[in-house]
Write a protein that binds this ligand. Structure first.
Ligand SMILES: [Zn+2]
Length: 513
């Protein structure tokens, strides 16, 4: 019998707010333990929570970005359980009336076994995962276990946390991985969260079951808790799906349970079964009013909706005829994409502009960054490294460029019009990057304009043929490759300035004539 996996994900994302969810403490990573705390987030008796409005806005904004419905009324509830890193002994969350419901995420995915980011065609491979809800809650503190004792840091307690629950539409480990990346890209694009995995800003619970192919019934739901990396989710599923199938194939029975992923050993282990599941005794939070968004408030949030990564990629391909790989580069590097779009509208050749921006400008910028990084980490003495830092730092980001986008466009046009050769263009670009001078000025100054003057080129051709009778005869007797040699000689005589196309034409005419 063949089996299939059914996977749903609950993704927890820390929201990008200045302060915590119910108090004025800073929402900041990396502060000394228990320095961003107050009576509210420490759950001391007699305190009252005040909802962070920006967190409410970001949740609704997420709803818009994920194509959700925004219910007319939302409320907060208490989820009761005891845990040492949760000072109130309950978490404020949204139980039966969340801020957003019924959405979806569309992303590129063309089936199991396909490795990500291989420049697939965006138009033909779109998968959809439905979103049950995205609701707002609060994060808990963090426990640390030392050799002889344990400690708790409450800096994270009360940080706004959004939970995005998917429908069980995911069918493989790879699909889960691509969905999570797409979701992350959307949230980062929308300014909802920085989604920094290293800082634990995104965590994930995985629900996975298996069933015979064609069966409508769901198998026993097994939850893998507290995953903190997307690749971990993929590996856990690559382990867990075959494990469940194996149990069933051997005639065994799976029961609803919670497991944990041991990243080092690469296995999942049972934590508790259904009998020991928590009863959270949800009830409405008495200290917070239900929330009814006004049309005006919603309209203001709607104005913050941005073009999503996939839509941007498809539009760049459609509007400018870019290949998928170029469009993807501009999706991942938003400032570079904006830079490209700012200048391409004035150009007749978007592909040429994209080539210059990606292959030259971006390469040069990253070269500068890595030089700076090198200077930072290498054993250079202070002065040396300082001068390297200063010179390299000038080209660090697009904002630091010494030339305007129009200047780069001018350079592209000079190449298009064959005023300069492509090798001369590289020289001009390097000079622009260093000095900020205009391409026209550099071409003039360095005498880089191609010679298209027929008489001048004819003279160079005559000289090259006279000086190289061997290759000239080779060409005449049918060895066409000899033409390239002669062309090279003419280019040399003209100091690289002759128009190569014209040189080829004239040489051929002279040799054949
Ligand atoms: Zn606080």
């Amino acid at each position: 019998m063949e089996y299939e996996a059914v996977i749903g994900l609950e993704t927890h994302v820390q929201l990008k707010t200045k302060s915590k969810m119910w108090c004025g403490c800073a929402n900041a990573f990396g502060a000394p333990p228990n320095s961003n705390v107050c009576p509210v987030c420490l759950g001391l008796p007699g305190v009252l929570p005040v909802a962070n409005e920006e967190a409410l806005r970001l949740t609704v904004l997420t709803g818009f970005l994920l194509n959700c419905e925004i219910p007319a009324r939302a409320k907060f509830d208490r989820k009761n359980y005891f845990y040492p890193d949760m000072p109130k002994n309950y978490q404020i969350t949204q139980y039966d009336q969340p801020s957003t419901t019924n959405g979806c995420v569309d992303f590129e995915f063309s089936g199991a076994g396909v490795s990500p980011a291989t420049g697939r065609d965006a138009r033909s491979t779109i998968a959809r995962v439905r979103i049950t809800r995205a609701h707002l809650e609060e994060d808990v503190g963090k426990s640390f276990h030392f050799e002889r004792n344990s400690g708790v840091d409450f800096n994270r307690a009360g940080v706004p946390l959004m939970e995005i629950v998917s429908e069980p539409d995911i069918t493989s480990a790879d699909m889960a991985y691509e969905y999570l990346n797409a979701l992350k890209d959307i949230l980062v694009y929308g300014g909802v969260s920085d989604c920094d995995m290293e800082k634990g800003m995104v965590r994930c619970d995985v629900n996975v079951s298996v069933r015979p192919v064609g069966s409508k019934e769901l198998g026993a739901k097994i939850e893998i808790k507290n995953m903190n990396s997307f690749s971990g989710v993929r590996r856990a599923l690559e382990y867990e799906i075959p494990r469940q199938i194996e149990v069933l194939k051997k005639g065994g029975k799976l029961i609803q349970s919670t497991r944990r992923w041991d990243d080092e050993a690469g296995v999942t282990e049972e934590m508790r079964t259904k009998e020991h599941a928590h009863d959270y005794r949800y009830f409405p939070e008495p200290d917070l009013m239900p929330f009814e968004p006004t049309d005006r408030w919603l309209a203001e949030i709607k104005s913050r909706v941005v073009e999503l990564p996939l839509a941007r990629k498809q539009r760049l391909m459609r509007e400018y005829g870019l290949p998928a790989s170029d469009a993807q580069t501009f999706v991942w590097d938003v400032p570079l994409g904006n830079y490209f779009e700012g200048m391409v509208k004035k150009s007749k050749n978007p592909k040429a502009v994209a080539n210059w921006v990606i292959n030259n400008l971006r390469a040069k910028l990253s070269e500068s960054s890595s030089r700076r990084e090198e200077a930072r980490t290498s054993g250079l003495d202070k002065r040396e490294s300082q001068s390297l830092l200063t010179s390299a730092a000038t080209g660090m980001t697009l904002a630091d460029l010494k030339f305007k986008p129009e200047a780069l466009l001018e350079l592209v046009i000079l190449v298009e019009a064959k005023t300069i050769s492509s090798s001369a263009a590289q020289q001009v670009f390097a000079e622009m990057f260093e000095t900020g001078k205009s391409p026209a000025a550099i071409v003039q100054e360095k005498g880089l304009a191609q010679v298209s003057d027929m008489a001048a080129i004819e003279k160079f051709c005559d000289e090259a043929i006279a000086a190289n009778p061997g290759p000239a005869n080779d060409f005449k007797s049918g060895k066409t490759a000899a033409l390239n040699f002669l062309k090279g000689q003419v280019m040399k005589l003209s100091k690289g300035k002759a128009n190569p196309a014209l040189v080829g034409e004239i040489l051929e005419r002279k040799l054949k004539g």
